[in-house]
Design a protein around this ligand. Sequence first.
Ligand code: N01
Length: 568
Amino acid sequence: MSVPSGEIGHDAAPAQGEILGAVVVGAGFGGLYALHRLRALGLSVVGIEAAPDVGGTWYWNRYPGVRCDVPSLLYSYTWSPELRAGWRWSERYAAQAEILRYIGHAADRFGLRPLIRFETRVVGAIYDDNAEVWTVSTNRGDCFRARFCIMATGCLSIPNTPDIPGLSDFAGTILHTAQWPHEPVDFAGKRVGVVGTGSSGIQAIPLIAETARHLTVFQRTPNFSLPSRNRPLTEQDHEQFEAGFEAYLESLQHSDFGRVPPTAETAPIPPRDVQWQRYEALWQEGGGAILYAFPNILTHHGVNDVACDFVRGKIREAVHDPQTADDLCPTDHPLGVKRICVDSGYFETFNRPNVTLVNLRREPLERFTPTGAQTSERAFELDMLVFATGFDAVTGALLAMDIRGRGGRALKEAWSDGPRTYLGLGVAGFPNLFTITGPGSPSVIGNVIHNCEHHVDWLVACIEHMRRDDLQTVEPEAAAQDQWMDHVADVASRTLYPEANSWYLGVNIPGKPKVFMPYVGAGYRHTCSQIAADGYTGFRFEEGTTKSHWPGVQRDAGQAPGPAPGGS
Ligand code: N01
């Protein structure tokens, strides 16, 4: 057996017919932690990553202004005191480059890079009913056989570029925020068009406007955005965070950060002036905390409408031209039911003489031309086009692969009416396949790193349980999955979330079934723990027929096995 040397493992010689403990697809926050934990468990593991380096979505999203909208002290792994002690965030909201350095630092600190095959994209994962193993094939033609297949493919990893007529005729530069080049992009002297005003567009627009000769923003739906009030972190910030860290860790077990609390339905509606004062205080503080100002803000129009009025008032204060201000005010959805945006000077950017807002609701974008864009009313001359048009979110990366479970059933077929999982962790008919932050789990709601950690901890405990009892396979029971999906839909239907055409519902992708994908209910961690404590209620384990007795378990930690020979 040869072991790959160096950091990029795809040159390694294959091991004949070896069955690995696990293949982990994706080397973002979830995939890296899964590799770390599974290796520590004694499983032979290999990670497969399409990018040339670790980082997941933070590797690809390098557009100007990109930073996280979760405070950096919280947007960090919690599982390693050494990692925490060896890292110091510089700003309240970290920029992408710093986050990527952090992920790279974690990968190096725990020796994870040698486990990963970079620049390799998984194209298929097929379950072999007889051998009870997964065969994972890649675009490089190699194929790995493994007992467990861990999909850490991320919720925001497949960029969406809308099919607008004439795009291929456009003679200028075309960029997408989620596929940004590594070389600096120079907007100086250029007439730039940005399509899309979600989180990515709202972060990029102020920075592009600073250097572009002219910036035209093509806006279909205005969004609610709150000021970040980003600033350097002080010694005091770090000390306070450290002092409260254990309590914070403990709170993660019980908190429902970002989800709808159990008190939402019974909470009183605070008087308008009380709400207003609270929103003002949170607006001054900066960040997305307005979303959690009252327990019923995401369930009751009596609260949410006031929050909407408040933010619209702030937009009108910031933007000088009344028509532009009006166009920037969201009116077709409640606040927070599309992912809230957090910005630095977004609305003020529209006061610049070199920035034009085009309201596509009033004048639809008809086509691109070789020299620009044509709406129903006007032609715009452009040198560069930036798509900030988001992602085929949550399910996009999973369905981009040919995943087949028992009897060769395709995941695409199993999910033809929308994703179906149990707890967002597993899919009936797809044994030993785990989906980290899969649909039907909180996934993108709250702190995604902590959601990843929780899923990895849960699945590792499940695998330990299987090893203890010498169980071969685990998968959700169909009835438990049905019940869970009904519950996910029921919880969402009792909130204001379904009132927006958001990517949470998949409606940004033509033809994608309209299903609310994240779990927004309370007590998710508790539910998962209880299910495990009760003997994994709703999961079916099998002793298996192959009696292969934990292949890959004996391997020394730290080695990266090579692929088995064969094509995809
Ligand atoms: O994508 P989006 P994003 N013609 O889908 C518009 C995370 N994130 O990349 O609303 C014209 O939100 C579309 O218009 P509409 C975060 O979770 C986090 O900005 O569909 N316009 C919308 O304005 C976020 O939610 C951070 O009418 C078209 C925009 O494109 C998620 O990623 C930073 C169009 C897409 O907005 C996605 O954000 C960045 C068309 N044909 C991202 N098609 C932070 O942590 C689409 N649009 C801060």
